[in-house]
Design a protein around this ligand. Structure first.
Ligand SMILES: [Fe+2]
Length: 283
């Protein structure tokens, strides 16, 4: 039975849509040091909705540019390649992540809202500790729970068994997922990220966002996403069934050299960030 379900989950991941070719192309261009603004502009212009989102963000108060930005190339210079990459990816995954996930008690848009929150906090922490690529942290934070979109169906079926394990078996929700279903949502997320050909550091950040101490490829990135995830859950924004089950890993705090005092500052800052951040209404 369990074996059958394991295969079923793996097949569901295989059946997930691949990222649209256009998004892959944009990611490729933003990662190639030889590409030009024109290369990127040409690709962006093929997608009307992405074009308007990029222009809207460039003209938002967040960037505070005094003159109106009318062209994608101007916007690209202002926002930078990495931000464009995040936006292209976010506009694609938003559709997958906005769905209602009954198994996790997440209503329509809940997972998407908390994923954006986690992404914004990840980027903030990354900038704060001068991590070299804050946009990678943003993407890790955005996608860390994408496995829930697949596991939801099985969690819903086995909800009572999982909750029983949590209540009487002294397990976290995550451990109960793994015990009952054979996979936890982070492991399923890792499979999706692998399928989408993400760089291995991002695959790891998604797969180990609840167990950063196991990381070997990029412990700081995993630790950033882990801490941002715990802060997001603590803030109580659309958190769902497993919301209060997660704690800060001492390994992550040590890896990033962050004190509990600083975590508290991040938490109070996080509320301001969410209010200020423009990307919420841009996706
Ligand atoms: Fe998670």
């Amino acid at each position: 039975m369990k074996e059958k379900r394991l295969n079923h989950i793996v097949n569901k991941v295989k059946d997930m849509p691949v990222l649209p070719g256009r998004v892959n192309k944009i990611i490729e261009i933003t990662e190639d040091p030889d590409s030009t603004i024109q290369d990127l502009e040409k690709e962006i212009l093929k997608d009307q909705s992405l074009t308007s989102k990029i222009l809207k963000l460039a003209n938002s108060a967040y960037y505070g540019y005094p003159r109106k930005i009318n062209t994608v190339s101007q916007a690209t210079i202002l926002l930078g390649f990495q931000t464009i990459k995040s936006m292209a990816l976010a506009s694609t995954v938003s559709k997958i992540m906005a769905a209602e996930l009954k198994g996790y008690a997440l209503e329509k848009n809940d997972l998407w809202t908390q994923s954006q929150t986690c992404a914004i906090i990840s980027r903030y922490i990354a900038k704060n500790i001068q991590y070299p690529n804050p946009e990678t942290a943003y993407i890790g934070g955005l996608l860390r729970d994408i496995g829930k979109t697949i596991l939801n169906y099985y969690v819903e079926q086995e909800y009572n068994a999982i909750v029983n394990k949590v209540e009487y078996g002294h397990m976290s929700f995550l451990e109960a997922e793994e015990e009952i279903l054979g996979f936890n949502h982070a492991q399923v997320g890792e499979k999706i990220a692998t399928k989408w050909n993400f760089p291995e550091e991002l695959v790891e950040a998604i797969g180990l966002h609840h167990s950063p101490e196991k990381s070997t490829i990029n412990p700081p990135l995993v630790s950033i996403v882990h801490i941002a995830d715990a802060i997001t859950m603590m803030m109580g924004i659309s958190i769902g069934a497993d919301g209060l089950a997660y704690n800060f890993s001492p390994f992550a705090l040590e890896t990033l050299n962050i004190s509990t005092n600083e975590v508290e500052q991040y938490i109070s800052k996080a509320h301001d960030l969410i209010v200020d951040e423009n990307s919420f209404d841009l996706i």
